[in-house]
Design a protein around this ligand. Sequence first.
Ligand SMILES: O=C(O)Cc1cc(O)ccc1O
Ligand SMILES: [Fe+2]
Length: 434
Amino acid sequence: MVDFDNLNYLSGFGNEFATSDPRVPDALPEGQNNPQQCPHGLYSEQLSGTAFTAPRHSNKRSWLYRIRPSVIHHPFEKFEQNAWTNDFGKFSPNPNQWRWNPHPIPDKGTDFVEGLYTLCGGGDVISRSGLAIHMYACNKNMDHRAFYNADGDFLIVPQEGELEVTTEFGRILVGIQEICVIPQGIRFSIDIRGPSRGYILEVYGVHFQLPDLGPIGANGLANPRDFETPVAWFEERDEPFEIISKYQGVFFKAKQNHSPFDVVGWHGNYAPYKYDLRKFMVINAVAFDHADPSIFTVLTAQSTRPGVAIADFVIFPPRWGVAENTFRPPYYHRNCMSEFMGLIVGNYEAKEGGFKPGGASLHSMMTPHGPDFACFEANTKGELKPQKVAHGTMSFMFESSLSMVITDWALKENVDWNYHKDWQPLKKHFVMPK
Ligand SMILES: O=C(O)Cc1cc(O)ccc1O
Ligand SMILES: [Fe+2]
């Protein structure tokens, strides 16, 4: 059996892939999807990621050739997960700047599903447009348990602990400074290598795509070939499994007597993938001024309004700051978008202190924010030499055109109640001309 450290991946973003587990190299039928009998007695099953009639350029579906069809399970019953929600209508608005200390990894045995925790979000899973932002913190494998999200796609950003992700499409090792995307409906199970924590961006009704490059040209930012999709892998395990479904924001469980990871081969363009953020080709200002952070967009989940995202996934990787006569850190600003930030490793350039790896911040629609006092003081003085910005760091932003609501528990737990004090010492420097 191939272990998680020696996995092969298929290269490319959104390609039409075709893959069979090397133990059964001819698992895919030749030239058709539904032969009267599939090779090796497999069942064929389609997983649709878009409407059948979606335009060809955005149409997503895959064909799975599996030992048993997914439908063989017992009825779903409620599964208690009280730190999760997709129902943001029930919480009160709060326009403050929010910063959270790292979400704690529990002492008691907790797997990925049990350790999910919702911070904020907006929109609606039922009318199929919106997003939610969650964290996970766990210390236990999802033993004989698989999860799928009927409501949307997950973009998972591990901050501590590599994740061994088994999916219906194959297996993925997701390291720190890597991300993985598990599209709507795909069953997966997460094993860990130690205490684990990370962030999740969930979007409903759309899938992530690469941003357009416009005048940048044909190359740059996240290059398509650096996205890695698993090769088919299956296990034949006739043992009790629990399938956890998140449907309309609520968790359900169903029993079945076999592993859901029994897909021997699959083909199509709807599949999970991972990406190493250190491969991002950074573009930035090389003469003067601070460019908008959209230059750092890795993936975008577009709304129906051109250029307006349900959520953009933006990173702040290490790079050279060279701009002349420029206040180089992020500018003070108010935005018609909502900005959620997380820190994977290192230090964020706009904050001299307080924003910790594993922590988070939310600057809501039109809520002012920007560099803290120490950052402003340090960067308005001194010679502007070329300088490596935040060596070895990786922070990110989930930016959304939706107004986000914070859960009641996130308004109480892990809150840095001193955050607003970061800006209070900013001095008045104005001098009235005589
Ligand atoms: O608020 C933030 O720190 C994120 C951010 C970074 C940047 O370089 C410009 C604008 C912006 O919102
Ligand atoms: Fe901002």
